[in-house]
Design a protein around this ligand. Sequence first.
Ligand SMILES: [Zn+2]
Length: 346
Amino acid sequence: MRATSSPTSSSADRRVLRRALELAARGSGLTFPNPRVGAVLVRGSKIIGEGWHHRAGAPHAEVHAVRAAKRAGHAVGGATLYVSLEPCSTRGRTPPCTGLILREKIARVVFAATDPNPAHAGAATKLLRAAGVQVSHGLLAKEAAALNLDFNWWVVNKRPWVVAKIALSLDGRTTTPPGDDRWLTSPQARRAAHQLRWESDAILIGAETARRDNPQLTIRLPGAPRGKLQPLRVVVTKSGRLPRSLRLFTDAHRKRTVVFRHRPLDQVMAELGAREITHVLVEGGGQILTEAFRLGLVNEVAFFIAPALMGTMPRALYELGAKVQFHNVTYQQVGADLLCRALVSD
Ligand SMILES: [Zn+2]
C-alpha cells in the first residue's frame, strides 16, 4: 500500500471502494467459478461509471464500468478506477483488464484485495506501475477478501468451500422419525435455506437422504434475479444402488445430477474442485456430515435451530416431544450461545 496518499484522499478512496464492494456483492451466487468483483470509475470527485461481474464468461467488472462511463458520455482517459479485487493481468475466458486500463489511459487504479492466486498476486500492480499508472491497494482488503472466501479457498486449495447445513430441534435431533414428513423448521427458515443454495454451485447429499427424502435440491426463491444455473446435485453412495425413479434422475434438471460411487468424501471434493466447483452445500444426512467434519472438510456451518422437541430417545419419547407445542418463541444470542424462550401450550 502506498503511504503517499493524504488522509482526505484515503477517506475518499475508502468511500468509493466500499461502493465497489457493494457492487461486487450483486454477483453473489452468479459468478462461479469466478470471484465477485465490483468496479467504479471516478473523475475528479464524480462517479462516472459503475459495474460488476455478472457471470463467468461475461465481461469483468472493469469492462462494465468503462462501458457505463462511455454510454453516459464521459471520457475515461485520466480517470481513477476503483476495483474490489486486483485487476487480472492474464487472459482467462476474457482478455486481461490490465490491457483495458492501459488502452483507456486510466491514470490511477485503487484496488482492495490482492489476487488470491500466488502465481498472479501483484502481477497487475507491477505491470501497471511499469506503464506509468499510479496504483494503490490494501484499503478494505479484509472486507474484500471476505466477499470471496469460497473462491479464494478454491484457488489456493483446489477444493470447494464446504458449508454444512444442519437443522436441529431444541433437543438436538436432526430429522423427524421415519414416516413423519413434517418440516422441522419454519417457512422463513426454509427460504433462508434456499438462499444458502443460491450461494452454492453444488449441493451434496448422501444416498440415504436421496432415498428417504427424494429431494429436488433446486433453488426455489420467488423474486430472485434470473441467470442462476441450478446447482450441481451431487449424491455420494457406497452401494451405487439408487432408484432411477428419484426426482434427481427424472426432473427437468436431471443433467445437473452427478453420482459418486465408492469414493471417500475428500476424493469427491478434490474431483469437484477439479470440475471448477468452488462452493458446496452439504445438506445431509448425518453420516455424510459426520464424515465431512471428521475429515476436516467443512469450512462453514449453518445451523437452523427449531423450537421443537423431537425426542433424543426412541419412539416413545418422540411421541411425548411431539405433544409439546411452543408459542411466543424468541431467540436471543447470549455470547456464543442461542437462548430459546417459549410458552408451552397444553
Ligand atoms: Zn479482469
